[in-house]
Design a protein around this ligand. Structure first.
Ligand code: ARG
Ligand code: ZN
Length: 882
C-alpha cells in the first residue's frame, strides 16, 4: 500500500532512552530492549504503535508487568499496545536469525561477522520500536558474544565498559551521548583488525580515528584514513562544524546493499569504498573512497545532528550531504580546472542517470509525495538532483550567503528532526530573501527545459536574451508551474574574451562582472545587456548553474569557437559535447534509413576541434580526457524520441574509429607524453595524466591492429598500478588481440583472493563488446560468481544490463529474458538489489516497437512470477502503468 506525505502525524509516544542487550549468535540472537517512553501531548492517538518485521516475540512488559493477550495486537509488521499509561517503561525480548538474513537489512552475518544496516527501516528487524526518524532517543548497548569468534564488539558512541562473562564469552557496553533516530543505530561484532590514529581537532581536542577491516586488509586502509582526516578538517574550515565524539569508527563489510552508512560514530562501509592500494584500486576507486568517506562523515551534522522528520524529507540530508561531498572533493583538488573537472563528472552522472529517471515512470520530486517502499527512493533524484537544488541556493545567495543559511539552520534545528521547508526557510531568513517559489524544485518532478533566444542591436549596442522555460508532465503531474532558475551567463567577443556585463535594469558599475546569474522566475523573461560592442557568442548556464536542459541554437562554428575559447571550463566542455551530440544524432538518423551510411564517414569539423583540444598543452589532461570522451550511448538515447540501441552503438563506435584513424599520431603523442615513470600516486594531477593516456589507448584500440594490440599488451605487462592494468585489459578484451584470453585468465589468477578485483574482472567482461547473453551465463557458472553478494551480482548482471547496450538490447530479446530471470532470482534473496535491477527496463516505452514489445513481455513475466517483494512490485507496477 502507498504511504502519503500529507498523512504525516506526530508519534503518540516519544522515546527518551533505549537500553539494549544482545546475545549474539548467528543462528539465534536474543535482543532484550528496555525503553522509557512518554506520551506526546501533540498527538491525539491513544495507542502505542511499534514496528517489527520477522521477529519472534519472547517477552513484552509494560512498567514491569507482562502484557495480557488483550492489551496488545500483533499486525502486519506492527505491534500495537492499547491505551498505555502516560509514562511507559517498555521491555521487549525478541529472537532473530542473523545467518538467515539475506536482505542485508537489520542484523546480518557477512563472512562470519555481525553487521547491521538500519536505514531506512531495518531497526524493526531487530526489535519492536517506533521505527521512524522523528523518534530520537539516547542508546546504551551491551553486546555479548563468544570471545574467540567475535573478539571485537562495537556500537555507537563511547565504550564505557567491557569484560569477561566466563564461559568463553565476553561483553562490551557502548553509550551514545547524542540522541538519535533508530535508523542510525549500529553494531558490529567479529574478528576484525583496525588501523587507528589520534587526530587533533582545530579546538585542540584529540579524537581517536579507527578503520576496521578483516585481517589481511590493513595494507588497504591508509587512503580511507587520510580521507577521513581531510573530511574532518574540511568541515571545520568550510562550515565551522566540529566532530562531536571522542571516537569515530569506519568498518568495512563485503556484503552491503549500498555504498555506506552514516551510523553515529560507527560508519559501516561497503569494502568497495574503503579498501585501496595501488595494486588493487584504480584512480576512480581512490576518488570514490575520498568522496564516500567524506559523505558519511559530513552526515554527522547534516543527517545525524539534524535529521529528517519523515522519509519524504530524505533529500534534506542526502541532497545536502552530496552537495557537501562534491564541494569537498573539488576543494581537495584545489585548482580551478580541477573544480571544473569534478563539476563535469557530477553533471555527467546527473545526465546519465537522473535525467532518464526524471523522464520515466519512476519520476518523483526531490521531496516525494508518496511511496510504496522507501528503499526504492534512494534515487539519483533524491541524491544528485537534490544536491543540484542545494547548489542553486549557493548560486543564488553566494558562498557567504549559503554559509549564513547553514549557520542558521544548525542554530535553529540542532537535535531536531525537520523538513526540507525548514532548510529553505533558514536559507531565506539568513539572507533576507523570499524563496517561496524555490519550493517548486522540491515539489515538482521532471527536468525543466530552458530555451534561449537572442537579438543584437548594433546601433544601440544592446544584446537581448530571452529565456523561456517549460517542463514536461510526469506521472501524476500534468502541468507545472514555472521554477526559480538561476542561469549563469557570459558573453564572448570575437576574440573569445569575456565582455563585461551590464544589465539595462541595474546601473553601470565600474567593475562589471564577466558572469552574471540571471534569475528566471516566469515562463518567459527578457534580459537586456547594454554596452555590448559587437554581436557576442553567448555562454549560457555556466558551471551548469541549474539542473535543466538548455535549448540553444548554435552554429557548428560557434560551438567550435566556444570549445576553444570559453573562460568557463564547464561550457567549454559542453560545447564539444553539443557538437559531438549533434553529429551523432544526425548520423543515427542516417543509419536507420540506410545501414551503409557510415561507410565513408567524414567529420572534419568535429575531428579538427578534437585535434585542437587534444594537442592543447595548456589544458589540464584531466579536462582534455573529459572533452575528448563522446557522450555515452545512454545520454545519446535520452535525446531521441524512439531509441534504436544498435544504431546508436554503431554510430558512436564509427565515430570513435574515425577519431582514432584521423588523430592516430596525435593519440600516440598524447600517450607517450602522459606516461609517468616512478611510484604511483592517486592525486588528481597524476590521475588526470593517466586518464588522458588511457583514453588515448582506448581510442587506438578501436583500430584493433597489431600496433594497438602490442601497445595494450605492453602496458598490461608493465603496469605498476591497477588503473593502467584495467585500462590495458579493457583494450585487450574489446578487440581481437592475440593475448586476450591469456590476459583475462592471468588476471583472475593473480587477483582471485581480492574480491574487489574479481568484481572488476566480471565487470570488464560484462561490458566487453563481444560479451553476449550466452557469455554472461557462462560467467555466472564461474565458481567465483554468487547472487548473494551484492557487489558480485552488480559486477556481472548490472554491468551487463546497464553497461552493454548493444548486447543487452540484442534484437532476439535474449537480454530481456536474462534480465527477467535475474530479477526473479534476486527477488527471493535480496529485494533491494532486485528492485535496482528491475529499474533497468523502466524506460521500455522509449525503444523501437519490436524491442518495446519484448521488454513489456519481460516485465509481465516478472509481474506474474509469483510473490514479489514490495520493492520489486512497486518498480514493475509503475513501469507497466499506463
Ligand atoms: N544514508 C546512506 C548514505 O547515503 C544510504 C543508506 C541507504 N540504505 C538503504 N537500505 N536504502 O550514505
Ligand atoms: Zn548519504
Amino acid at each position: 500500500q502507498t504511504i502519503y506525505r500529507k498523512d504525516y502525524t506526530p508519534p503518540a509516544y516519544w522515546v527518551d532512552t533505549v537500553e539494549m542487550g544482545f546475545d549474539l549468535d548467528p543462528a539465534e540472537t536474543r535482543v532484550a530492549t528496555r525503553m522509557t517512553m512518554r506520551r506526546n501531548p501533540d498527538s491525539r492517538a491513544r495507542n502505542l504503535l511499534l514496528h517489527g518485521e520477522g521477529l519472534q516475540l519472547a517477552q513484552l512488559r509494560v512498567n514491569g508487568k507482562a502484557l495480557g493477550p488483550r492489551a496488545y495486537a500483533l499486525g502486519q509488521g506492527t505491534l500495537e499496545i492499547f491505551n498505555p499509561p502516560q509514562n511507559v517503561v517498555l521491555e521487549i525480548e525478541t529472537v532473530i536469525k542473523p545467518d538467515q538474513n539475506t536482505s542485508l537489512m537489520g542484523l546480518y552475518v557477512s563472512n562470519g561477522n555481525f553487521f547491521t544496516q538500519c536505514e531506512a527501516e531495518g531497526f524493526r528487524k531487530i526489535t519492536y520500536f517506533p521505527d521512524r526518524p522523528d523518534v530520537m532517543a539516547r542508546y546504551t548497548v551491551m553486546l555479548r558474544a563468544d570471545k574467540e569468534r567475535y573478539p571485537v564488539l562495537l556500537s555507537n558512541g563511547n565504550l564505557i565498559d567491557q569484560g569477561d562473562l566466563g564461559d568463553g564469552r565476553h561483553y562490551a557496553t557502548w553509550e551514545d551521548p547524542f540522541k538519535k533516530p533508530s535508523y542510525l543505530f549500529a553494531l558490529v561484532a567479529g574478528n576484525l583488525v583496525c588501523h587507528e590514529e589520534t587526530y587533533r581537532l582545530q579546538s585542540g581536542r584529540e579524537v581517536l580515528l579507527q578503520v576496521w577491516v578483516e585481517e589481511g586488509n590493513l595494507d588497504k586502509t591508509q587512503h580511507a584514513m587520510e580521507s577521513l582526516k581531510n573530511s574532518i578538517r574540511w568541515d571545520e574550515e568550510r562550515f565551522g562544524l566540529e566532530l562531536d565524539l571522542d571516537r569515530f569508527m569506519i568498518v568495512a563489510v563485503g556484503d552491503f546493499n549500498m555504498g555506506a552508512m552514516e551510523n553515529k560514530g560507527l560508519n559501516i562501509f561497503n569494502t568497495k569504498y574503503v579498501l585501496a592500494n595501488p595494486r588493487i584500486a584504480t584512480d576512480a576507486d581512490f576518488a570514490n573512497i575520498e568522496s564516500v568517506v567524506g559523505h558519511e562523515y559530513f552526515h554527522n551534522w547534516t543527517g545525524n545532528r539534524v535529521t529528517c522528520r519523515d522519509w519524504f524529507q530524505l533529500s534534506l540530508k542526502e541532497g545536502l550531504t552530496v552537495f557537501r561531498d562534491q564541494e569537498f572533493s573539488a576543494d581537495m583538488i584545489g585548482t580551478d580546472t580541477g573544480r571544473a573537472v569534478k563539476r563535469i563528472e557530477d553533471v555527467r552522472v546527473l545526465r546519465q542517470a537522473q535525467f532518464p529517471e526524471d523522464a520515466g515512470p519512476m519520476a518523483h520530486p526531490v521531496r516525494p509525495d508518496s511511496y510504496v517502499e522507501i528503499n526504492n527512493f534512494y534515487t539519483v533524484t533524491i541524491y544528485e538532483k537534490g544536491s543540484e537544488v542545494v547548489r542553486m541556493y549557493q548560486t543564488l545567495l553566494g558562498k557567504d550567503g549559503f554559509r549564513k543559511g547553514m549557520d542558521l539552520y544548525f542554530q535553529r534545528h540542532d537535535g531536531q528532526a525537520v523538513t526540507c521547508d525548514d532548510f529553505r526557510a533558514a536559507m531565506a531568513d539568513a539572507n533576507g530573501r523570499d524563496l517561496t517559489q524555490f519550493e517548486l524544485w522540491y515539489s515538482q518532478a521532471g527536468t525543466p527545459r530552458v530555451k534561449v533566444e537572442t537579438r543584437y542591436d548594433a546601433i544601440g549596442k544592446q544584446y537581448e536574451m530571452t529565456l523561456s522555460q517549460s517542463c514536461p508532465p510526469t506521472p501524476g503531474e500534468e502541468s507545472k508551474q514555472p521554477f526559480h532558475i538561476p542561469v549563469a551567463v557570459g558573453l564572448l567577443d570575437a576574440a573569445g574574451r569575456d565582455i563585461p556585463l551590464r544589465l539595462a535594469a541595474s546601473g553601470a558599475g565600474p567593475d562589471a562582472p564577466t558572469t552574471l546569474v540571471l534569475e528566471l522566475t516566469r515562463d518567459k523573461q527578457t534580459f537586456v545587456f547594454t554596452h555590448v560592442p559587437e554581436r557576442p557568442v553567448p555562454s549560457v548556464l555556466r558551471d551548469f548553474s541549474a539542473p535543466v536542459i538548455l535549448d540553444i541554437d548554435y552554429a557548428d562554428e560557434e560551438l567550435a569557437f566556444l570549445m576553444a575559447h570559453d573562460s568557463d571550463a564547464f561550457n567549454r566542455w559542453e560545447a564539444g559535447q553539443r557538437l559531438a551530440m549533434r553529429r551523432m544524432l544526425a548520423l543515427t538518423e542516417q543509419v536507420e534509413a540506410d545501414p551503409a551510411a557510415l561507410q565513408n564517414l567524414d567529420e572534419p569539423m568535429l575531428v579538427d576541434s578534437f585535434r585542437a583540444t587534444l594537442n592543447d598543452e595548456a589544458l589540464d589532461p584531466a579536462f582534455r580526457e573529459l572533452a575528448l570522451t563522446l557522450p555515452s550511448e545512454t545520454i545519446i538515447a535520452e535525446q531521441m524520441a524512439v531509441v534504436n540501441p544498435q544504431a546508436i552503438h554503431a554510430v558512436r563506435r564509427a565515430l570513435r574509429r574515425l577519431l582514432a584513424q584521423q588523430l592516430r599520431l596525435d593519440w600516440r603523442v598524447a600517450y607517450e607524453g602522459n606516461r609517468d615513470a616512478g611510484p604511483y600516486s592517486p592525486d588528481a594531477s597524476a590521475a588526470g595524466r593517466r586518464g588522458l593516456k588511457n583514453l588515448a589507448l582506448g581510442y587506438l584500440a578501436e583500430l584493433d591492429d597489431t600496433e594497438s594490440h602490442l601497445l595494450a599488451q605492453s602496458q598490461y605487462d608493465n603496469a605498476n598500478n591497477m588503473t593502467d592494468r584495467m585500462a590495458a585489459l579493457a583494450a585487450l578484451a574489446n578487440g581481437g588481440a592475440p593475448g586476450r584470453e591469456d590476459a583475462l585468465a592471468g588476471f583472475y589468477d593473480e587477483f582471485k583472493d581480492e574480491a574487489l578485483v574479481v568484481d572488476k574482472w566480471f565487470t570488464l567482461q560484462a561490458m566487453a563488446r563481444n560479451t553476449d547473453v550466452a557469455a554472461v551465463r557462462a560467467l555466472m557458472s564461474h565458481p567465483a560468481f554468487t547472487l548473494k553478494n551484492p557487489n558480485r551480482a552488480r559486477s556481472l548482471i548490472f554491468s551487463f544490463c546497464n553497461g552493454n547496450p548493444p548486447q543487452f538490447h540484442a534484437t532476439d530479446g535474449s537480454g530481456y529474458g536474462f534480465w527477467a530471470e535475474s530479477v526473479i532470482a534476486l527477488n527471493r534473496i535480496n529485494p533491494q538489489v532486485a528492485a535496482r535491477l528491475a529499474r533497468s527496463l523502466d524506460r521500455w516505452r522509449k525503444f523501437t516497437p519490436p524491442l518495446r514489445a519484448m521488454m513489456q513481455d519481460a516485465l509481465r513475466q516478472v509481474a506474474r512470477s509469483g510473490p514479489l517483494s514490495k520493492d520489486v512490485h512497486e518498480v514493475i507496477t509503475k513501469s507497466l502503468a499506463e
